[in-house]
Write a protein that binds this ligand. Structure first.
Ligand SMILES: Cc1cc2nc3c(=O)[nH]c(=O)nc-3n(C[C@H](O)[C@H](O)[C@H](O)COP(=O)(O)OP(=O)(O)OC[C@H]3O[C@@H](n4cnc5c(N)ncnc54)[C@H](O)[C@@H]3O)c2cc1C
Ligand code: SF4
Ligand code: SF4
Ligand code: SF4
Length: 609
């Protein structure tokens, strides 16, 4: 039975009525073409590293079912309230609403947060438990990858112990990201919910070879499988030295690695900065350092970038909010020297001017130094945030590493050590929370398969007949609803005050209506079509085409449409799902009712016994 298919009522039958409950006929498909259709046509879900069923959760918000929306999110990602605040949003970059001519992407991430914020206080969580397996799994590291894997493995019936060296769980969610972006009550509640079905969380325990630490060998002996989810816990070094001050940059007073600065602050240290703060780096850590520095009283905060802000791997909202907080961003410069004043105190950073070079593999640009263009910027504090890297010093047996010095794993997520798996930033290098969650879940499946000797679940496509368009054409003209934010004056003095305030239910519903519900598949039954062209007349786009042939690829996507305007050549009248914005206009006008709609969704199901 489909224990993980949210569209089926749970065994208690107490689940909220879902948008998919109704008269529509349902069938399940394992046909690669149906998987291909979803992959091609629901671009937001395809772009989400956790595979979140985005149109389904947005549709639930349209219907004011915030609890259901939260549960749909939670199936893919156990931390929806967290990700609804700080996700890097790869889905929004791909959203069909943002395609040329369609306007701006749907605020997918803000809607995820709405579901979390607006669900009932006594909301009931849906969990689907397997019987105990008798297997024991140790997980090292309680960041998003470790927590997601611990949750899934415990539901699968395994006895999970989660080891964390810090005093609290959460990894960089707790010790990296500042509270003005991620309130800790939201984080702690979701972690508690993820772990409460039987995960034994042991904080303050370091896995390693030092005094008082627990060696990995001990875990390998005491557990059937071990998962390493230890993140990227070392700051990337800035290769500059000041030998008069003891060498490496972090030994110079006034200079700190931004990653350590935030870590220490979140462990409870009272951090201070000077009046003029320079930050070098371009990622989440650099922006967080700059925004924290403003709140600690710095008057002049500047982020110095090697390329330009167009290529920074953080969300546009984050850049905007940093600028509104009076953080300056100056591009095309690389630090090449550090200078002290006559008293020997750190005084300035020397940069070389860059120009933009060719493209890197990661879609960003190279920076090329311009010879003889060096210049100095005076500052009191320098925060260096040029990246993080993995640290393998805690291992007592080597794992094979890739060229980036991250752990190498096979398709199931196993390292070169038998029974030792790895996930999250420890495998991918410094990446994102949603990638860590997605990989944590994926590797949990790999561990389960390895422990049980066979896979227990598989993905299918659930196809349901839908009897009305579910949207109105008017929804297509609703502009993107922006996130309400806290006043700037309030922010500048407060490290804890959350900047983004969340949509209320009215705004959430308005924004949800903008979603095209791309999982709806409009098709014309050519046998019943009378070629009256009524649908073509009302179509808002070039979405209905007369064709004399269509190439369907084996994976379900379609290639070239051979369009024709000559009636004697028309082989079919065809809805181009790529162009279709699911407005329903054609469905409503068709005199012969030969246009059908199905909702196509990826679901997890049990292998039949
Ligand atoms: C300042 C900052 C801001 C960020 N902002 C964002 C953002 O807005 N959006 C986004 O998507 N991503 C962001 N990121 C990136 C994101 O936080 C990471 O990609 C993500 O947390 C990785 O998850 P993980 O579970 O792999 O590792 P981590 O979250 O790093 O967790 C690893 C855990 O392992 C523990 N650990 C390590 N070694 C041991 C050991 N030997 N024994 C026991 N425990 C150990 C650590 O203490 C830590 O708790 C940010 C990162 C930083 C540093
Ligand atoms: S319109 Fe909706 S379903 Fe389509 S890509 Fe955007 S968020 Fe996803
Ligand atoms: S629903 Fe019909 S009319 Fe509307 S965009 Fe899609 S194919 Fe065109
Ligand atoms: S409105 Fe219906 S019958 Fe007329 S051309 Fe379109 S699909 Fe065919």
């Amino acid at each position: 039975m489909a224990a993980y298919d949210r569209n089926e009522p749970s065994r208690t039958g107490a689940r909220d009525a879902g948008p998919h409950d109704g008269p529509g006929a349902v069938h399940y498909s394992d046909d690669p073409r149906d998987f291909g259709w979803v992959r091609e046509n629901v671009p937001c879900q395809t772009a989400c590293p956790a595979g979140t069923d985005i149109p389904a959760y947005i549709w639930a918000i349209m219907q004011d079912k915030h609890g259901l929306s939260y549960e749909i999110n939670r199936e893919a990602n156990v931390l929806p309230g967290v990700l609804g605040r700080i996700c890097s949003r790869p889905c929004e970059d791909q959203c069909r609403h943002g395609w040329p001519g369609n306007g701006e992407p749907v605020s997918i991430c803000h809607l995820k947060r709405s579901a979390a914020d607006l669900k009932d206080r006594g909301h009931r969580l849906n969990e689907s438990l397997y019987s105990p397996s008798g297997k024991k799994v140790a997980i090292v590291g309680s960041g998003p990858a470790g927590v997601a894997a611990a949750h899934d493995l415990s539901l699968m019936g395994h006895d999970v112990t989660l080891f964390e060296r810090e005093e609290q769980a959460g990894g960089m969610l707790n010790y990296g990201i500042p509270e003005f972006r991620l309130p800790r009550d939201v984080l702690h509640e979701e972690i508690h919910n993820a772990l409460r079905l039987g995960v034994d969380l042991k904080t303050g325990v370091t896995i390693g070879n030092g005094p008082g630490e627990t060696p990995l060998a001990e875990l390998r002996q005491g557990f059937d499988a071990v998962l390493l989810a230890t993140g990227c816990m070392a700051a990337t070094e800035l290769p500059l030295r000041d030998d008069a001050k003891g060498g490496a940059v972090d030994q110079i007073e006034g200079i700190e690695y931004g990653f350590d600065f935030l870590l220490e602050m979140h462990r409870g240290a009272a951090k201070t900065v000077g009046k003029r703060v320079a930050v070098v780096g371009a990622g989440f850590t650099a922006l967080d350092c700059a925004r924290v520095a403003r709140r600690l009283g710095a008057e002049d905060v500047t982020i110095h970038l090697r390329t330009t802000e167009e290529y920074i791997p953080v969300t546009k909202d984050e850049i905007l909010e940093a600028k509104r907080e009076n953080v300056a961003m100056l591009g095309l410069r690389t630090p090449v020297g550090l200078h002290s004043d006559a008293k020997g105190e750190f005084r300035s950073v020397e940069f070389v001017q860059n120009r933009l070079g060719g493209w890197r593999d990661n879609g960003r640009r190279k920076a090329i130094a311009i010879e003889g263009s060096e210049f100095e910027i005076e500052c009191d504090t320098l925060l260096v945030a040029i990246g993080q890297r993995t640290d393998h010093g805690f291992l007592d047996d080597d794992v094979t590493l890739d060229s980036w010095k991250n752990a190498n794993t096979d398709d199931a997520g196993m390292t070169s050590l038998e029974g030792v798996f790895a996930a999250g930033d420890y495998v991918k290098g410094a990446s994102t929370v949603i990638e860590a969650v997605g990989q944590g879940r994926e590797v949990a499946m790999g561990i389960d398969t390895w422990l049980m000797g066979k896979p227990r679940r598989k993905q299918s496509v659930r196809i349901e007949q839908v009897t009305e368009p579910l949207r109105e054409r008017a929804f297509d003209f609703i502009p993107r609803n922006h996130m309400p934010t806290e006043e700037i004056e309030e922010r500048s003095v407060n490290l804890l005050q959350e900047v983004e305030k969340g949509y209320d239910d009215g705004l959430a519903k308005e924004e949800a209506k903008r979603c095209y519900l791309c999982n709806l598949n409009y098709k014309i039954d050519v046998d019943n079509c009378i070629y009256c062209r009524a649908c073509i007349e009302v179509a808002p786009k070039n979405c209905i085409k007369m064709v004399d042939g269509i190439e369907i690829k084996p994976d379900g996507t379609y290639g070239v449409l051979h369009e024709t305007s000559e009636w004697d050549h028309v082989g079919a009248i065809w809805i181009d799902n790529n162009e279709c914005i699911r407005c329903g206009a054609c469905y409503n006008v068709c005199p012969t009712k030969c246009i059908s709609i199905t909702r196509n969704q990826l679901v997890m199901r049990e292998f039949e016994e």
